[in-house]
Design a protein around this ligand. Structure first.
Ligand SMILES: Cc1ncc(COP(=O)(O)O)c(C=O)c1O
Length: 392
């Protein structure tokens, strides 16, 4: 029997990237004691008030079909949250509720591009983006960023990658894997290029609440860019609730009905009891979310400090998110080879930088999702292996 070409386009985009992690899982199941720093899943507890609301709504019978665009209470809470954030009015009619950022990104991309179109993506990029673009039939175009620029996209690099087929710039700030947080000024300069070439901006803001020293900025919050920007996010990271599969796409005026055609076709609505919990999550700042942001910030600094002074390994302080990019280029190994040796010889599981595009070569992406003492142990092993290989 014949399968549709989408299965070929998506084939191989997922599993290879996770090979080290999957091998680690396999070995852990067989009883090997390993330290996992490979997955971006918050280890700290979600806000109690949000979980309580989900349970209360579930018990209260909020289990029927929701409207396709989303439950009105959740749409209003999301719109109010974004209005407070930017000072620019966001209408609930411009919000589409999604089953998380991933579902939002796929649906938005299917709304905007198709075969023959090109999507520009700063490299390194989140591991699922190639599939998100390939699923639509459009072409994925990596735009290089450099470690020396803190992996920030420059308007010049963007301009150089644009062709007459370019339709969308897919941004991610704070970035997974690099931790780069784009400033309002950088977004304005990048946005000016998008304006000139009439590009959509799709901004993955799933780590928006996890910035450290610099404030979060979104192109959706810039008055001159909102009409070409879709902001996609969820409560997966901000509220440590990835299993809720609860997020949104904030659209420019006019787009939400088009996007709803896609989300509704895929899921025919969402879960009202979880939508109620999203409304509670966004109504106020919960102490748990602040504690989590502070924990990631402290752990990031501790990791950077753990490698300080080593001639073989260097960690870049992220500006946000929950990962650190660790540069192992002085060892002469690729990130992938280093990650395999780290698993085999030291029992630590990390993601090779190459899983996030050519720009991640020679790096490891290390998650900050374990307690400080476990992280210190893992960092000691990473440093030890790097110095042994580099012979220093
Ligand atoms: C950059 C980025 N975007 C999207 C997602 C998926 O988020 P969600 O759980 O909201 O689908 C992740 C999860 O790790 C991520 O790192």
């Amino acid at each position: 029997m014949r399968y549709a070409s989408i299965t070929e386009r998506l084939d191989g985009l997922g599993s290879d990237k996770w090979a080290v992690h999957m091998a680690g899982r396999h070995r852990a199941n067989a009883g090997e004691p390993l330290i996992f720093l490979s997955i971006g899943e918050p280890d700290l507890p979600p806000p109690g008030a949000v979980v309580d609301q989900a349970v209360a709504s579930l018990r209260g019978g909020r289990t029927r079909y929701a409207p396709g665009q989303g439950e009105p209470r959740a749409l209003k809470a999301i719109a109010d949250h974004l209005t407070r954030r930017s000072g620019l009015e966001v209408a609930p009619t411009d919000i589409v509720y999604t089953a998380g950022t991933q579902h939002g990104l796929f649906s938005v991309m299917a709304t905007l591009v198709e075969h023959g179109d090109e999507v520009l993506v700063p490299d390194p990029y989140y591991a699922t983006y190639e599939g998100v673009v390939a699923g639509t039939g459009a072409t994925f175009v990596p735009v290089p960023t450099r470690p020396e620029d803190g992996f920030h996209l420059t308007p010049e690099a963007l301009e150089a990658a644009i062709t007459p087929r370019s339709r969308v710039l897919l941004l991610n700030t704070p970035s997974n894997p690099t931790g780069a947080v784009l400033s309002a000024e950088e977004l304005d300069a990048i946005g000016e290029v998008c304006e000139r070439h009439d590009l959509w901006i799709v901004c993955d803001e799933v780590y928006a609440e996890l910035t450290f020293d610099r404030p979060f900025s979104s192109p959706y919050d810039r008055p001159q860019l909102r009409h070409r920007t879709v902001a996609v996010a969820s409560i997966s990271k901000s509220h440590a609730l990835p299993g809720f599969r609860a997020g949104w796409a904030a659209c420019p005026p006019g787009m939400a009905p088009k996007l709803t055609l896609i989300t509704e076709t895929m899921l025919f609505g969402s879960q009202p009891f979880l939508a109620d919990a999203v409304a509670v999550a966004l109504a106020e700042r919960h102490p748990e979310t602040v504690a989590m942001r502070n924990a990631f910030h402290e752990r990031a600094q501790a990791m950077v400090d753990a490698f300080a002074g080593s001639p073989a390994v260097h960690a870049r302080m992220p500006e946000g998110g929950m990962f650190v990019m660790v540069d192992v280029r002085p060892t002469g190994l690729s990130g992938l080879d280093f990650a395999w040796r780290l698993l085999d010889e030291c029992g630590v599981v990390v993601m090779p930088g190459e899983s996030f595009g050519a720009g991640g070569a020679g790096h490891l992406r290390v998650a900050l999702t374990v307690e400080r003492d476990v992280m210190a142990e893992a960092c000691g092993r990473i440093r030890g292996l790097a110095e042994q290989i580099a012979g220093v």
